[in-house]
Design a protein around this ligand. Sequence first.
Ligand code: BGC
Length: 754
Amino acid sequence: MGALATASSSRADPGAAFSNPQIEARVDALLGQMTVEEKVGQLNQFAADTLTGPGQVVSDGDQKIRSGQVGSLFNAVAAKATNRYQKEAVEGSRLHIPILFGYDVIHGFRTLFPIPLGLSASWDPGLVERTARVAAQEASREGVRWTFSPMVDIARDPRWGRIAEGAGEDPYLGSEFARAYVRGYQGMRLGDPDSIIACAKHFVGYGAAEGGRDYNTAEISERTLRDVYLPPFHAAVDEGAGTLMSAFNASDGVPASANPFTLTQVLRDEWRFSGFVVSDWTAVREIMLHGIADDGRTAARKSFLAGVDMDMQSDLFLPNLPGLVRDGEVPADRLDESVRRVLRIKFALGLFDKPYVGTTEAVGVPPARRGVDLAREAAEESFVLLQNRDTGSGALLPLGAGRGRRIALIGPLADSGLDMMGSWTGAADPGDVVTLRTALSRRVASEGMVLSEARGTAIAGDSESGFAEALGAARSSDVVILALGESGHSSGEASSRSSLDLPGNQERLLEAVAATGKPIVLVLFSGRPLSIGWASRHVPAILEAWFPGQQAGPALVRVLFGDSSPSGRLTVSVPRSVGQVPIYYNSLNTGRPRSDPIGLGDKKADPYYVTGYIDEKNTPLYPFGYGLTYTTFSYSPVRVDLSTISARALKAGTAHLTVSADVRNTGAREGTETAQLYIRLRGTSVARPVRELKGFRRLRLAPGESRRVDFTLGREELSFWNIEMKDVVEPASLYVWVGPDCTQGSPAKVELGE
Ligand code: BGC
């Protein structure tokens, strides 16, 4: 996936969003008046009001602001607070430089959407852009003009709790979503009062934490870094993202927040990024714990010179950078350059001209109807129907008249509004959340059906005292909806797990309910894929709902009853067991593959000496790209317009391939399919993955309707980092699939000649 690293694929000036001659002139004029201390103040960020990490809120904040020591504050979220701090800066400090207020607006501000992993399952960047736009409008109203989002870390290990915050395991899809978030947050023009600046994080390799343990070391080769982990960041930069956040982890022995290779060579020299880099929370200080600095002065020097412009919460730039500049250990023009980057964005946002916002009483006015509707739509699109078996009179879902009148709703997540919010809840109000229980009771009442309810067990308990009531409810029903899964805070930061099973005794509850023989719809809430092998064998219908946000209940009811059809597709592989992780579809074939997933004759004759386990399959329980709906689709054989093409012409951008297929709705209901384009390259100088996603299209098709999908493959899609670590298109055999997930279809072949 070297595609995005090519000059030809990038905008001529990725910083065009926040830099123009007028801004440059104002920045220069201001810089000319600043003391070294005031310059360093612009590179300093403190937490105000609330903490979302270790340490304390800034003490003596007002005094520090008045003396020009605070370029940015974060976690001040209400207009009252941001205006108050802003007044200290704009009216109380010598140069009247406004503060840039930051906040973790991750999946909504006041209107809460599904967690990012759920949003990614929509495979709908346009939808994500709209959610980010609403978040920007709501946050900016409170004076928050900077979000620490999107998190674009590729995650291949669901033990890592922060998999919930990203777009899954694929660099191509991750790049599309990175762009969508940036567009949504930053809007048409940064100077519009409802635009907020995006921050692509965590740069870089944070998602590769060994053992899935948060903050842990990552070991990533340069090629994998460039092929897998960097592309979504490059996409964000290319889309005009104003800031990046440097990560906590070390990779190859170098802490990410002091890594000159990634922060300067890649980001500045190769990508021409002209925004600024903020460290993650106390990450500058943490390089002492990593062991590459013995004191704060060295930590500040190493981080700053590597390429961190702003220090979040370490309080090390402020006391150390002025001395480092005076002693010649940090060049004065390096300091100026970082200050320029920060001021540029403040000017672009219009903060100098309009530093205050109108005040509202509460933190965020209640979501407007438009936001609520979008929250419901986004939740509906995020659900992935994992299975839907026939229980005697057709597939179990959707529910409706034919399924009987009595529904039992069982499980600890049926009525837990707080858990529906997942991690990072912005300024959302749990009171806005509509649970499955609330929405289902309304629906059942309006249809003259009967609902019995039982909690059954706690999310993480081991008491079976609630089982009897749950089994009673199940026995007196025609169909059981079981709402099981994780708590909203078992994923996210510092929430890694060593097991991917349902927590507590929920599996036992599931087994007991299944033993009643009643048909079960399992609605699974989680911030990561869970290993649900038993359920996949014994439960007819399973809907992965992630954490759907404030419209959880209404969205679920609409999908369960067939008012809308599930259309989500997995953006992460669902493992059979935790022992399979890391697990991802775009792996290398090895010299001893166990199976021949792509029909290229790669299978070894020997059944024993192959890669894999003696006690588990290699394949996931549900693969990347997979998801069912209430209708079915068929694909025509894939077509390519050329059987040979010149690699040189592809590289030069003077030739491309067109790939197409026809997709037909073969069922009786309208439905949405996501047609996915995958490639494989063979005969290259380095081994390439067995499949790589290079395009996708969502199609809404009426029963019987057929539509042709076309994809273009050119330099962007076919280049990769070769044996000489150059981003090239090589002569090779190219295999191309168009299908419903990463496992299906038979490929067309194209020769990429000289
Ligand atoms: C997290 C970041 C977050 C920051 C500010 C850190 O602990 O890693 O993702 O943006 O805190 O809250």
